[in-house]
Write a protein that binds this ligand. Structure first.
Ligand code: PLP
Length: 284
């Protein structure tokens, strides 16, 4: 079956989907994006991602090309046309097409791209059973990473450095040696007191929608949660470490900078939170 994309108001064959050479997303990274997981036909955390998209657009003064209700109809149609049961929906909105110049163009119409990608849930689940290994890298991103822009070069460089080092991913740390987040995931630990720790959602991290859901579920289940940053040393000596994101849900980290976390197997809390999260999404 051929893949279908949605570009500026039209469903098109994926192979023929393209943007203009002077699209500001391409020329300047003047664009935002979103990612939804689809599992067993359900869009996970659907409303949370619309809310963050609206915020990202507002922070950059890009007008939404359509309302969020219309967007949800288009996304459902894209899922249907791609027969997507398990996978991801990606969205990019740029400020539009205009002659290359730094100031915001007076009359550009924002461009909207949607693509859908199949993924095998069994392979994501297998990864969660095994856990992932990370290295730490300095956070070299700009000061407003809470806005979900397509400017991801420092994230790509850190991910590639991790792969080159033979591990799965990288956690980023700031000038005070505190972990900010992963290259495409929020970072968590269970500290020596058994408290769940994750950095507060300021301008230094992306306000992960999965993070937000897991935070609420963990509090609802009676776990001690503290939105407080942790150092690299605290991460390495943590009882547990894990990541949250739309692409990984909740996945344990079993090694940081070559230091094995606890017994080297995914921690109990990480596995439980994954289960609770998947259950909550499936029944939402
Ligand atoms: N942090 C970064 C830098 C990300 O790119 C992402 C997801 O793309 C996340 C965190 C996790 O966010 P979410 O849970 O909304 O997928």
């Amino acid at each position: 079956m051929s893949r279908i994309a949605y570009v500026d108001g039209r469903f098109v064959q994926f192979a023929h989907a393209c943007v203009h050479v002077e699209d500001r997303g391409l020329q300047f990274g003047d664009a935002v994006y979103e990612v939804w997981a689809v599992r067993h036909g359900k869009l996970f955390d659907e409303q949370g991602h619309y809310a963050r998209l609206t915020r990202s657009l507002g922070e950059l003064s890009i007008s939404p090309p359509m309302g969020m209700n219309s967007l949800s109809i288009v996304i459902r149609e894209l899922i249907k046309r791609n027969r997507l049961t398990n996978g991801l929906v990606y969205l990019q909105i740029s400020r539009g097409v205009a002659k290359r110049d730094h100031p915001f163009p007076a009359h550009a119409t924002p461009s909207l791209i949607l693509t859908a990608r199949h993924a095998n849930p069994a392979s994501a689940d297998a990864k969660a059973v095994k856990g992932i290994k990370v290295i730490t890298r300095p956070d070299e991103r700009w000061g407003r990473v809470d806005i979900k822009t397509t400017n991801l070069l420092p994230n790509l460089l850190a991910r590639q450095a991790a792969l080159d080092a033979g591990v799965d991913d990288a956690w980023l740390y700031d000038r005070d040696d505190l972990i900010t987040e992963g290259t495409a995931q929020n970072a968590w630990i269970v500290d020596a007191q058994g408290t769940l720790r994750t950095r507060p959602a300021t301008h230094e991290i992306l306000r992960g929608i999965t993070r937000q859901s897991v935070l609420a579920l963990a509090q609802g289940a009676g776990f001690q949660v503290d939105e407080r940053a942790f150092t690299r040393a605290e991460a390495r000596s943590a009882r547990e470490a894990f990541i949250t994101s739309a692409t990984s849900f909740v996945t344990a980290v079993v090694e940081i900078d070559g230091t094995v976390i606890a017994d080297g197997r995914p921690g109990k809390l990480a596995l439980l939170l994954r289960q609770i999260y998947l259950q909550a999404q499936n029944t939402a």
